[in-house]
Design a protein around this ligand. Structure first.
Ligand code: GRF
Length: 196
């Protein structure tokens, strides 16, 4: 059976992209990354994708900070469609998703967030968890809707917060779990035919 075609969107260094691409290369996920898009021209995720021979494009975001200009998001949707993407995987993509993408891929956009949602939606969730003084946090893979980290939860992994943790140490510990959880969720969703 041919692999499910994924489109990956990211704004940062791309460590989740790498974990997913490595799991695909090892034959653990029946998928193929068809295209990687970023709103940040020098994002590490674009370089990582190109190193692997995966098409990778920067899309200029326009004048807003928290979302793409509708026309720019429309271009993203068109590129993802032309590339034949069946599932859109947000991997460190730092903008809200709006109608142009949501309507193009209804129920077919997933995200990973560095907290146990619904706790600590939004930016730098690990810092929010530290400031709140909780003893455990983690990461969540969820479907994307029009809200900020509000879509239906697919899976979570817990991470302890240790005495004296710095923000950097905690985020690094969460990322170790992210790199296990995201490929495992994709394997399950695709393997069980939940997305096809
Ligand atoms: C991760 O912590 C992810 O949960 C959040 O952004 C970060 C992306 O890291 N949404 P990377 O670019 O995958 O390394």
């Amino acid at each position: 059976m041919p692999g499910l075609k994924l489109g990956v969107l990211g704004s940062g260094k791309g460590s989740n992209f790498r974990a997913i691409a490595d799991a695909i290369a090892r034959g653990e996920i029946n998928a193929e990354i068809a295209i990687v898009l970023s709103d940040v021209e020098d994002a590490g995720i674009l370089a990582l994708a190109r190193e692997r021979g995966i098409r990778a494009e920067f899309i200029a975001p326009g004048r807003f900070k928290t979302r793409m200009e509708p026309e720019a998001e429309g271009r993203m949707a068109a590129l993802l469609r032309e590339a034949g993407c069946q599932l859109i995987v947000l991997a460190g993509y730092m903008r809200m998703i709006k109608a142009p993408l949501l309507d193009a891929f209804p129920g077919r956009i997933i995200n990973i967030h560095p907290s146990l949602l619904p706790a600590f939606p939004g930016l730098e969730a690990w810092k929010q968890a530290l400031a709140a003084g909780v003893t455990r946090t983690g990461c969540t893979v969820h479907y994307v809707d029009a809200g900020m980290d509000t879509g239906a939860i697919i899976a979570q992994a817990e991470v302890p917060i240790l005495p004296g943790d710095s923000a950097e140490a905690l985020h690094a510990r969460i990322q170790v779990e992210e790199h296990r959880l995201y490929p495992a969720v994709l394997k399950r969703l695709i393997g069980q035919g939940i997305v096809k």
